[in-house]
Write a protein that binds this ligand. Sequence first.
Ligand SMILES: [Fe+2]
Ligand SMILES: [Fe+2]
Length: 254
Amino acid sequence: MLLKNPKRDEKQLCLKGAVQINHSSFFVYEDKDGRKFLKTGGDEKLHKSIVQKMINLNPHIARILRRFHIKPLIDTKTLNELTCGHMNETCNIAIGVYSLLSGDIKERVNPASLKEASMLHDLGKVLIPSKILNKPAKLNVKERKIMNIHSTLGYELLKTQGVKPEVLNLIKYHHQNLQHSGYPVLPAENTSSDLGVQIISIADKYSALRESRVYRRRLSRTEALLILYREVREGKIMPAVYNALFKYAEMYDN
Ligand SMILES: [Fe+2]
Ligand SMILES: [Fe+2]
């Protein structure tokens, strides 16, 4: 049962996943009695308390933050922007790409997991210092290392929330590529999620290229597709996934 405005004790809530309704992303929360309700990223107080709870539940998160000398500050403004913009758009593109793949390839991906993972993929950015996240210039090596832990942090935050392992895996490896030269390092035996990771990854990149950033303008559809085509030639992106994105962009991204 989904409730819109339940009376809630924020300390008792779990973030169980995400859904998209009418092309808008919502987080799915569950209270201690198993009642579910939906929220966007806009409720700062709620999100701070829930992310804090996730940190408390998983001591590994504090260890990662300490290793990178990051203070555990929760940036819910970023979370709100991500939910309304980039994560929602990544989900739209990922589902569009999935729907344009041929039948035999499609069978290897669970669209519900793909959808949920794409809506949550950058959740870990709530713990990345905003001076790095919003730096109006190229990141230096140290800052890049910190930025790159956001996918692992997202995975660790959600690990204690009852999110499906398949979804967690897609979140953790959404910056991986076909050559496994992305981050974090993919265990040698873990290739089963390659296709799902490829779809989220290409949707993530295309969405980011089509948005303006503090350090660059928004790229055109052709410019974005050309950049990603280079990655096909480098062996990082599956041609079938790229071709589906190409079709998606021609049909829906004018
Ligand atoms: Fe990311
Ligand atoms: Fe992203």
